[in-house]
Structure formats: structure tokens, C-alpha cells
Design a protein around this ligand. Sequence first.
Ligand SMILES: NC(=O)c1ccc[n+]([C@@H]2O[C@H](COP(=O)([O-])OP(=O)(O)OC[C@H]3O[C@@H](n4cnc5c(N)ncnc54)[C@H](OP(=O)(O)O)[C@@H]3O)[C@@H](O)[C@H]2O)c1
Length: 276
Amino acid sequence: MLGQTLVRALRRHEVRVADLPEVDITHGPSLDAALEGFRPAAVIHAAAMTQVDVCEGSPEQAFRVNALGSARVACAAHRVGARVIALSTDYVFDGALKRPYHEYDAPAPRTVYGASKWAGEEAVRQHCPDHTIVRIAWLYGEAGPSFLHTMVRLGAQAGPPLKVVDDQIGNPTSTAAVAALLGRLLDEPIPGVVHGSCEGEATWFEFARAVFSRLGVRRELEPCATAEFPRPAPRPANSRLDKRVLRMAGFPPMPDWRDALEAYLRETGDPTPRGA
Ligand SMILES: NC(=O)c1ccc[n+]([C@@H]2O[C@H](COP(=O)([O-])OP(=O)(O)OC[C@H]3O[C@@H](n4cnc5c(N)ncnc54)[C@H](OP(=O)(O)O)[C@@H]3O)[C@@H](O)[C@H]2O)c1
């Protein structure tokens, strides 16, 4: 999802796309072949096993891709002298704090996905000193799938009020906003960890309500508690990310999530999801 937006957003850079099946981040030689041919200045590492509930049932596969795969990306980039910009997640935190997490808060993942992404961060730090790790959260973008896509699909169906969780809070974030940040980081590197979600906060219910209101969806929404939707991987109650490092580095603030959502819905025109 992020990769597709990035390719469009980074048009003024010379971009080479690497994807399965040609390039598998768990297979070192395929990575080396891709990088040695192109000799990039930077590698944006957006590949991951992202289905958190599937990760919970397949820990070895999750660590193979998110931890060992990230180590291989970092090693391969380092070998050709490239910087790594690696994407990570709010799931490295347990979500128990009552304020947004900043970059110097200690991670404490509660899920296999979160633990495998945290191990991936550590691997990037260890194997490629020239790196930025960008933690994002609650992402949506044209390619989907995402919560927004699911809501649009369900909203188009007739039925009883849709129950949406109202006790998890985060920063809904568009791939376009993240791509703009990554573009800037290519020009003005920040070493270490950077939080890169949109500004402003909402619960999933509030996010869904904003989408329905903007699209004129008539189906009713009903707030509910996380406990009503037990999932294999527990969701963090608090996914808010404080963009402390971006502020300290003098970067402009990330867009407010409402503005990013408006821009997304305006640009996609037909919000009917492809990947819902
Ligand atoms: N989506 C979110 O809400 C969210 C939130 C926080 C952080 N992030 C992070 O942001 C980054 C981008 O996420 P996204 O939402 O764009 O995820 P996505 O749509 O699932 O994209 C991840 C891509 O990685 C590919 N991939 C999986 N295993 C691979 C391998 N061994 N070698 C090469 N490619 C492989 C996947 O291919 P297949 O589809 O063929 O498996 C998929 O195209 C990830 O690091 C993710 O952890 C996402």
C-alpha cells in the first residue's frame, strides 16, 4: 500500500522498485542482485508481513520477514553504501501510556507483529549505521486494504448500525503524508528513529464517522468497546505517536489527519476500494 504511493510521490527521484517475486527480502542474493545493479543512494524498506492476526499464529514466518528480512535489507544496503529508511510501527509499544509515545519511550511489544518489527528495527540499527527508522500507524492509501477501505465497503451495504471500536485512539495517516515525509528525509536525513504519523487524534469510531460524513454514507455507526471484538493479536489502546524528533529537527509538522483524509478522498474521486 505504501510502496505504490511512494513510487508516484518520488517521481523527481530516480526510483527503482523491488518487489516479490524477483526480490525477496528473506533471500539475500536476490537483494544483492537488485542493489548491485542499481547502486542506490538510499533504500526505502517498506516490505513487511503486515497482517497482525496472521503474524500472531505464524511467529516464525513473521520474524523471518520482519526481523531477519530487515537484517538482510540493512546488510545489503550497507554493502553498496546506501542509507536505509525502514518503516516501523506503533505496535512496538504496548499502548498502555496515557499520552502519545515519543521516540525515546521504551518499546514493549505485546504482539508477534510488534515484536518482529521491533527486532527488525534492532537489526537495521545493527547492520546499517546510516539509517532512519520511521514509525507510522493507522495507515490508509489508494491500494489498500485498510480500515478505511473496510468501512467504505461496509457502509455501502444496507444493514443494522455498524459497530466501531471507540476505545482505541491513534493518528489516522495517509500514505501520501508518509511519502511526502520520506521524500524530505531523502534530502535531509535524520539519523535514528522518527515518528511519522499524521497530527491530531481520533478513535476508530471517530475516524469512521468522519469518512461517512464526508462521503454522505447513510449507514449508522455505533461506538463499541474493543472487548466486543476479540482478535488473536491484541490492539494497542493508545497508538498515538508524538512527532518529537521531527519537531527537534525543524521539520514542518505532519498534516492534520482530517486534512490528509480530505486530500485523499478528493484525489481518489471514487473511494470504492480495490483492496477492501
Ligand atoms: N498498514 C498500516 O497500518 C501500517 C501501520 C504501521 C506501520 N506499517 C508499516 O509500514 C510499512 C508498509 O506497510 P503497508 O501497509 O504498505 O503494507 P503492505 O501493503 O502489506 O505492503 C507490504 C509489502 O511487502 C511485501 N512483502 C512481504 N514479504 C516480502 C518479502 N519476503 N520480500 C519482499 N516483499 C515482501 C508484501 O507483498 P505481498 O502482499 O505479496 O505479501 C507487500 O507488497 C510496513 O513496514 C508496515 O509494517 C504499516
